[in-house]
Design a protein around this ligand. Structure first.
Ligand code: RET
Length: 243
């Protein structure tokens, strides 16, 4: 009964012009549908590719659960759910690094590559959280440090050892790796842009202010679902080749 009343409360408060709340709702449904899609497809893959598709599903599923929390937090407080946002990212971004490792394993990728990428992704997110939530008057500084860690990840996959492994693997894997590289370079770049819209720094006079949540929600849909679909398509292709 209490839950029902709470839900009724939240529903009543939804304002038709609340486009931020709208993107949180769509985010919940999109992440949930994508998770169902990845999980229900698992049976068609053999063991080698099942793990990769399973991780795609875990990424969207973890995001779906956080989106339900973020949607309600937004509806109740009309304030960015920064805490839930970063908990989601600290779980899902390292899993995306694991995806790079999993598809490059055929070319002999070592676990050290995976841990290096995970470490830099954690540095990127922890420093970003400091700038957004803990020391907002030093947002530009923390965002800059976060950006360096981001560039390291970009370097590693575009030019570093991950790139070399992808070239060695060749074929479908190289092709998928390239698409994932574009996701990280372009799709992930939406996040620092959203960060700059939502915090104060040297960039504020150039960019102005805007909804950090709309930017993050659009970026999450592109990067989590799109990224997962690239892995799924690769698994389907490889499966066709071996079956
Ligand atoms: C599913 C969630 C993903 C792929 C989140 C990615 C987040 C980033 C690439 C965040 C990057 C940031 C910077 C590069 C600088 C400013 C602070 C951040 C954390 C927004």
């Amino acid at each position: 009964m209490k839950t029902l009343l709470l839900l009724a409360d939240v529903t009543q408060k939804m304002d038709p012009s609340d486009y931020v709340g709208f993107t949180f709702f769509v985010g919940c449904m999109a992440m949930m549908a994508a998770s169902a899609f990845f999980f229900l497809s698992l049976n068609q893959f053999d063991k080698k590719w099942r793990t990769s598709v399973l991780v795609s599903g875990l990424i969207t599923f973890i995001a779906a659960v956080h989106y339900f929390y973020m949607r309600d937090y937004w509806a109740a407080n009309m304030e960015s759910p920064t805490f839930f946002r970063y908990v989601d990212w600290i779980l899902t971004v390292p899993l995306m690094c694991v995806e790079f490792y999993l598809i490059l394993k055929v070319a002999g990728a070592k676990q050290s590559l995976m841990w290096k990428m995970i470490l830099f992704s954690v540095i990127m997110l922890v420093t970003g959280y400091f700038g957004e939530a803990v020391y907002p008057d030093q947002a530009a500084l923390w965002g800059g440090i976060s950006g360096l860690a981001y560039f390291y990840i970009v370097y590693e996959i575009w030019l570093g050892s991950a790139k070399k492994l992808a070239v060695e693997a060749g074929g479908d894997i190289l092709h998928a790796h390239k698409i994932l590289c574009w996701f990280v370079l372009v799709g992930w770049a939406i996040y620092p842009l959203g960060y700059m819209l939502g915090t104060e720094g040297w960039y504020t006079s150039i960019l102005g202010s805007g909804s950090v949540d709309v930017a993050y929600n659009i970026a999450d849909a592109i990067n989590k679902i799109g990224f997962g679909l690239v892995i799924y398509a690769l698994a389907v292709k490889k499966q066709g080749a071996t079956a």
